[in-house]
Design a protein around this ligand. Structure first.
Ligand SMILES: *Cc1c(COP(=O)(O)O)cnc(C)c1O
Length: 390
């Protein structure tokens, strides 16, 4: 049944069911443990002879419903939900790599992911080589005999660079490694990495899956055989998703497709407008013909997404002046919210990166990132009207 649904329908119907009460909106099972009819049933559940819930660190019906819905949307066999996006990345590495293994990661990934790989996992004997997202030769050259995992985000944050997922998957597979794609920016509404050759999809559900900035959560998706150790890590180490947050994400997924369509319609119009403002030096948005990987993005993604970055003329001073002149857009580093958000990466998300490394990564002092929300486009333009004045 699920296989025959259009994705929009699967977002609403997949993974949904009801209890004996016939509720149409899924119930939240806020319970840490589950009771058994008798001692024999408890033993059967624990031994795995009888399927069923035991304890919410292992399984919980609300979390299971969320996992089934997201797996249906990404077209994967299996999904394990986690307490945050970072927990999803950690669980992936802990489940699939061991001390002495090597990881190749894009240089343009979420700042905390860089910290996780370079500071924490390195202390446990996992070395990571960071390379340019858009240079396949650099990935090929970085491979070592012990390379286990390739890790990318596409489009990247904040410069919206796009890599060819199929090309990186082919390089990884040729060398016996796996490709994991953090699909947080696109969501399955815009991009389906497994159909492009990736092995693992990672989500911060905190962003567009929630869609209204309420809860933290994450997910890892792929084949059941591959993700069995990732699930094993979660049920033992414990960074599992709460039933309440899973319920919020279930509701979020019902509106994912219409929201992403509206987000990206606004983002494209804002990006086109920004390109014509005298206060703007350059706009970074995959949906614009001026984007260096525009053709690839349009082939790989359904649209350019909802993150628009741009360089203002006048460096940090002008960037801060613009941010402080906004009256509506939220000044925060979060994204994926109905509320548009504005960030100055050089002094916030990327402030721990050295100025030289920032410059090498193309993150200028005048760079601004907007995660375009669902407000009316004319109100967004009005909030940024300072850019219209030379
Ligand atoms: C936010 C984010 C994460 C981390 O997710 P949390 O839910 O905050 O732990 C990982 N990757 C990307 C691309 C993100 O934007």
């Amino acid at each position: 049944m699920t296989d025959q649904w259009h994705p929009e329908t699967a977002g609403i119907r997949a993974g949904s069911g009801h209890t004996e009460f016939g509720e149409n909106s899924e119930a939240i099972f806020l319970t840490s443990s589950f009771v058994f009819e008798n001692a024999a049933q408890a033993a059967a559940r624990f031994s795995g002879k009888e399927p069923g819930n035991i304890y919410s660190r292992f399984t919980n019906p609300t979390v299971t419903a969320f996992q089934e819905k997201l797996a249906a949307l990404e077209g994967t066999e299996f999904c394990v939900a986690t307490s945050s996006g970072m927990a999803a990345i950690l669980a992936t590495v802990m489940g699939l790599c061991s001390a002495g293994d090597h990881i190749v990661a894009s240089r343009s990934i979420f700042g905390t992911s860089v910290q996780l790989f370079s500071s924490i996992l390195a202390r446990w004997g996992l070395q990571t080589t960071f390379v340019s997202l858009t240079d396949p030769e650099a990935w090929r050259a970085a491979v070592q005999p012990n390379t286990k995992l390739f890790f990318v985000e596409t489009p990247s944050n904040p410069l919206t660079e796009v890599c060819d997922i199929q090309v990186l998957a082919d390089i990884a597979h040729k060398h016996g490694a796996l490709l994991a794609v953090d699909n947080c920016f696109c969501t399955p509404a815009l991009q389906k990495p497994l159909t492009l050759g990736a092995d693992i999809i990672i989500h911060s559900a905190t962003k567009y899956i929630d869609g209204q900035g309420r809860c933290l959560g994450g997910a890892v998706l792929g084949s059941k055989a591959l993700l069995e150790p990732v699930y094993g890590f979660l049920r033992t180490a414990g960074p599992t998703l709460s039933a309440f947050n899973a319920w919020v994400f279930l509701k979020g997924l019902e509106t994912l497709f219409v929201r992403m369509e509206a987000h990206t319609r606004n983002a494209l119009e804002l990006a086109q407008w920004l390109e014509n403002q005298p206060g703007v030096a350059r706009v970074y948005y995959p949906g614009l013909a001026s984007h260096p990987q525009h053709a690839l993005a349009m082939k790989q993604q359904k649209s350019g997404g909802a993150i628009v970055s741009f360089d203002v003329k006048g460096g940090q001073e002008a960037a801060w002046r613009l941010i402080d002149a906004t009256r509506m857009i939220s000044i925060t580093a979060n994204l994926g919210d109905a509320k548009s958000t504005i960030t100055h990466p050089a002094t916030t998300t990327h402030s721990r990166v050295t100025p030289e490394a920032r410059a090498a990564a193309g993150i200028s002092d005048g760079l601004i990132r907007i995660a375009v929300g669902l407000e009316h486009i004319e109100d967004l333009k009005r909030d940024l009207a300072m850019l219209a004045r030379p």
